[in-house]
Design a protein around this ligand. Structure first.
Ligand code: ADP
Ligand code: MG
Length: 581
């Protein structure tokens, strides 16, 4: 028995629900659907993403409109084109047994005449982004003067994106006596203003922190140096050969940069952000849905509410500015009863944010270590073995086997297996052999253990007053360049042509690494540890420098090696090998 049957929906809608495989209504559906079916009212519903809000308003709307009429009766406004298309498709599925139903999507970046034509054919429901909708109203290409239902979906996001005036203008073309249903994940002031301004005595429904997916999502964080974010991301990807992930960055620029780097490094990645043309965004989303893209690098706005099945990982390349956003991000995975993993890459100074997020999501993060190179080699090797084990034999190769068999006539099965796997393993091995540990050193790491009374290091730097620095400027410069916290640089002493400063010993490798190749106004800036250091530390300093240089060398060597591998290797690029399906 379908529990949806108790909500008051008609048989053909229940059939569609069964077809979709929904078994039990989510909390927001359970609360909203009977309310909207039983009376004409305004409604404000607050629920996290992934709680099934589309069905919560979609089914009542489908039941209440008159499909026989060609008049536009329902208008759904949503913040982005992707969401607009997603809602349109979803509502079409809900209404698959509504004969004559026409749901039309209206959004920028596509032919306005085509959209107008669709509306003209008699769209009972229009799903629109505010900008294009306003445009079409002004050109008299749509008529929403007779609608009965207006839905503001993801209202908080629409307001965030500055659509207040557009929404106001659009609603001014709708009749007074319609019902307005507002759906939002959060209730900032702007949303309550909208609710007051455009709704009368709305019924309020709040669904706690429950998220269809959330209980299925685990949360992990990885602590790295600020310059190791990208290598850390790569390791996480390599350690999860079947990854199908959304990677969130804070800015459009970073989103583009990270995606480009991943592509350059041979991954199946794509960028999704507001600076791309609609056409580009469509293509990226299409490839992602088809799983041709394994890692979608996105901004929060562009990925808001996007519902793609089977996302295995959400990776927070950087934490969002507002912690509430974290819920939206992690809600991209762990949907439809599947489990998902939300990973956060952070630096020391961001650790506090994890605590606040834990409070908000009422779940604990697990602190994990970025896998070491050899662990990754092992994972990749095993993944390959399983893949081969499950591969069906393509008997088309039988014709060519004679020559190949001859070549391996004297090889034992054991050797053959070893050779075969070495093809792939060596590639990863060369790349990761001696790769450095990316995990940020623990508070009191080896650098200070021998010298616990003084766990700061004093540095010499070859810039001073002559270069326009005073102690404050130099402190700011160092802190910003090194991305260190407020008080991480101290005892700054600026002389004419050079200066001294201290940092905690933990930051020593980072400082040396950063200034190992840093130019300002065409001049190399050098930093050295001052002579006061004891000998053992001096020795370690030398070692450390070598180490970091070596591993950097390896890194780029590995990369080159990989790309030349691709060229040589019979047309197989890493992406294809790693492709999920
Ligand atoms: P929201 O708008 O709250 O972010 P969506 O409406 O996009 O959530 O729904 C999220 C996903 O959950 C969609 O894939 C949808 O098909 C699915 N879904 C919705 N309701 C149910 C349900 N009752 N049971 C199972 N899956 C559901
Ligand atoms: Mg939604």
């Amino acid at each position: 028995m379908n529990v949806f049957q108790t909500l008051g929906l008609e048989a053909h809608l229940l059939q569609a629900i069964t077809d979709l495989g929904f078994e039990t209504p989510s909390e927001v559906q359970e609360k909203t659907i009977p309310t909207l079916l039983s009376k004409e009212c305004d409604l404000v519903a607050l629920a996290q993403t992934g709680t099934g809000k589309t069905a919560a308003f979609g089914f009542p709307m489908l039941q209440k409109i008159n499909i026989e009429s060609r008049t536009t009766q329902g208008l759904i406004l949503s913040p982005t084109r992707e969401l607009c298309l997603q809602i349109t498709n979803e509502i079409k599925l809900y209404g698959k047994y509504c004969k004559g139903l026409n749901v039309t999507a209206i959004y920028g970046g596509a032919s306005i005449t085509d959209q107008a034509k669709n509306v003209k054919r008699g769209a009972q429901i229009i799903v629109a982004t505010p900008g294009r909708m306003k445009d079409m109203i002004n050109r008299r290409l749509v008529d929403i003067s007779k609608i009965d239902y207006a839905v503001l979906d993801e209202a908080d996001e629409m307001l965030n994106m500055g659509f207040f005036e557009d929404i106001k203008s659009i609603l001014s073309h709708t009749p007074e006596e319609k019902s307005t249903w507002l759906f939002s994940a959060t209730m900032p002031k702007e949303v309550s203003i909208i609710a007051k301004k455009f709704m009368s005595n709305p019924t309020e429904i709040t669904v706690g922190h429950k998220n269809i997916g959330s209980k299925n999502v685990s949360h992990e964080f990885y602590l790295v140096g600020s310059r190791d974010r990208y290598p850390a991301l790569k390791r996480l990807a390599d350690a999860n050969p079947n990854i199908f992930a959304v990677i969130f960055c804070r800015t459009k620029r970073d989103t583009q940069k990270v995606a480009e780097k991943l592509i350059e490094d041979g991954y199946n990645a794509g960028a999704l952000h507001g600076d791309l043309s609609q056409n580009q965004r469509d293509l990226v989303m299409k490839s992602f849905r088809n799983k041709q893209i394994q890692m979608l690098v996105a901004t929060d706005v562009a990925a808001r509410g996007i519902d793609v099945d089977d996302i295995t990982h959400v990776i927070n390349y950087q934490l969002p500015d507002e912690i509430e956003t974290y819920t939206h991000r992690s809600g991209r995975t762990g949907r439809a009863g599947k489990t998902g993993l939300s990973m956060v890459i952070i630096t020391k100074s961001e650790q506090r944010k994890i605590k606040s997020i834990e409070k908000m999501i009422q779940k604990q993060f697990v602190k994990k270590e970025i896998p070491q190179g050899m662990e990754i080699c092992e994972v990749q090797l095993k993944a390959l073995a399983h893949k081969i084990h499950e591969t069906e034999i393509n008997h088309k190769i039988d014709n060519y086997l004679e020559e190949i068999n001859a070549l391996f006539e004297n090889a034992s099965k054991e050797d053959l297996i070893k050779k075969f796997f070495s093809v792939e393993f060596t590639r990863f091995y060369n790349y990761y052999d001696k790769a450095k540990n990316l995990n940020a050193p623990k508070g009191n790491d080896n650098f200070s253990e021998k010298n616990e009374t003084d766990n700061s290091a004093r540095f010499f730097i070859n810039i001073g007053k002559k270069d326009g620095y005073d102690w404050m400027r130099l402190k700011d410069f160092l802190r910003d360049s090194l991305e260190l916290g407020q008080d991480a640089v101290f005892k700054v002493d600026v002389k004419d042509s050079f200066s001294f400063f201290n940092t905690e010993t933990v930051h020593m490798p980072k400082v040396l690494e950063f200034f190992s190749d840093f130019k300002q106004n065409g001049r190399y800036i050098n930093v050295e540890i001052t002579e006061k250091q004891d000998r053992s530390r001096q020795r370690r300093k030398g070692k450390r420098r070598n180490d970091s240089q070596k591993s950097r060398g390896n890194f780029s060597k590995g990369r080159k090696q990989r790309s030349s591998d691709f060229k040589k290797g019979s047309g197989h690029s890493r992406p294809r090998r790693n492709r999920r399906r």
